[in-house]
Design a protein around this ligand. Structure first.
Ligand code: TYC
Length: 99
């Protein structure tokens, strides 16, 4: 539809895909292994077997990747995991980093 010659400001057309962020779990000495497995199943949609493999990787290597997401989704996952861990009084740390 015409608009009496008024041009609305147009944002630049996106040509690059959005930046993606890794969500990582960090190891600690206190959080129970089964709690980490539950976190990976609940927040990262892993089955028990995959969750166990990722948990053991974090346990042995110090950190592990839970998934790769757009920035806002990654930030929400981090906040949800940190809140869930705090509510259960575990020191589990979840962080994001640009890929
Ligand atoms: N290291 C913990 C233990 O021995 C288990 C653990 C795994 C904790 C992964 C945190 O992100 C983590 N109970």
């Amino acid at each position: 539809k015409h608009n009496d010659g008024v041009e609305l400001a147009k944002s630049p057309t996106r040509v690059k895909p959005p930046s993606m962020y890794k969500v990582l779990l960090l190891n600690d000495d206190f959080t129970p292994m089964e709690f980490v497995v539950v976190v990976l199943q609940q927040f990262f949609a892993m089955d028990h077997e995959r969750a166990n493999r990722v948990m053991l990787q974090v346990h042995t290597e110090g950190k592990g990747v839970c998934g790769l997401y757009p920035k806002d989704v990654a930030a929400t996952k981090v906040a949800q995991v940190m809140d869930f861990s705090r509510r259960h009084q575990h020191p589990l740390q979840c962080v994001m980093e640009e890929n």
